[in-house]
Design a protein. Structure first.
Length: 337
């Protein structure tokens, strides 16, 4: 059986060219996705395996990327803990029963496999649809990011609600993160059991914590989650350019970097740890030649050992198709000297 190029890079191997995929590659920038969403809500799309499979495969079929990331949502992990959410147009996710105090922190959780069976079904389908040479990518939100939604009741761009909860109710804050870590661990292991070749942990907001709080509350949970997964793991925390030492100790097989980090410096500081990223997603609004040049410089800076070409965050919904094509083709046509 052929080991996918992306898996080999995530393990730290030197590859003949960099594997390439994009965070949020299945979604709003694609006209074929928007056509489906004209007749199906977001929750309906992610919770119906047939529809989710179609959406997942759209960028795979259009761009010939080296991995498909399952079409889902980080907030699915709210459900096993008894949180209910809806998605409002123009607003985003709204948690209907947020955490207002210590008594609202769940003491246990429902069976993850039963609650999220639609994800297992999706991954079973993708394992059959995706070539052995390409990777199926699973993912989950990290405990701090999920807790931020649960406490704020929805999107909180400054994460003020969860930071205040940490200060006012430190014991309850720690329990809440623990509960989410339990669910996320089970969820990622479930994904691997159903065919995910690589999984990514998105604790996007965790960098809003001071370094000492990240190290006390979040880092041990990242280590616990990542060490429990029997597949290559990738960790993404936005805004950690000055704290790469903490990412280095988090226990992931690879680290995904946002666009604010210099790739060359990151490679030096992270040592042998594989790296993913980190083209600024807004560069994809430039002309195709600029996209190709910037992508080439990024690949040259990253080098051939354990590198996955990606963006520094998700694809913007207005991104031109031709720019994404230029980005992907640059990586796929690359030949190391």
């Amino acid at each position: 059986m052929t080991t996918p190029l992306l898996v080999r890079a995530a393990r730290g191997e030197r590859t003949e060219r960099p594997p390439v995929w994009m965070m949020r590659q299945a979604g709003r920038h694609l006209p074929e996705y928007r056509e489906i969403r004209n007749t199906h809500s977001f929750r309906e799309a992610i919770e119906t395996p047939e529809i989710a499979e179609t959406i997942t495969l759209q960028p795979y079929e259009r761009y010939d990327v080296d991995g498909v990331v399952m079409f889902s949502d980080i907030l699915t992990c709210l459900e096993p803990l008894g949180f209910h959410y809806r998605v409002e147009s123009g607003v985003g996710p709204v948690v209907e029963n947020p955490v207002d105090g210590p008594d609202d922190v769940p003491s246990t959780h429902r069976d993850v496999e039963t609650e999220l069976e639609f994800v297992s079904d999706l991954l079973d389908r993708l394992s059959e649809s995706v070539a052995d040479t390409d990777a199926v990518i699973g993912f989950a939100g990290g405990p701090f990011t999920l807790a931020s939604y649960a406490v704020a009741g929805g999107v909180d761009h400054r994460n003020g609600a969860i930071r205040r909860f940490r200060a006012e109710q430190p014991a309850a804050f720690e329990r809440l993160l623990e509960r989410f870590a339990d669910v996320v661990t089970e969820y990622l292991r479930l994904q691997v059991d159903h065919g995910a070749d690589v999984v990514q942990l998105f604790d996007t907001y965790a960098s809003v914590l001071p370094p000492q709080d990240y190290e006390e509350y979040v880092l041990p949970l990242h280590q616990r989650i990542l060490s429990a997964v029997d597949a290559p793991t990738i960790l993404f925390v936005r805004g950690m350019g000055g704290r790469l030492d903490q990412l280095r100790t988090a226990g992931s097989d690879a680290v995904s970097l946002d666009w604010t980090v210099d790739m060359g410096r990151a490679r030096e500081e992270l040592g042998t740890i594989p790296v993913q990223g980190n083209l600024d997603p807004t560069i994809l609004f430039a002309d195709s030649e600029t996209v190709r040049n910037r992508t080439a410089k990024l690949i040259e800076s990253a080098g051939p050992q354990g590198y996955i070409c990606n963006l520094g965050h998700g694809v913007n919904k207005e991104t031109p198709i031709e720019s994404v094509t230029a980005f992907v083709e640059t990586a796929k046509n690359w030949e190391w000297d």
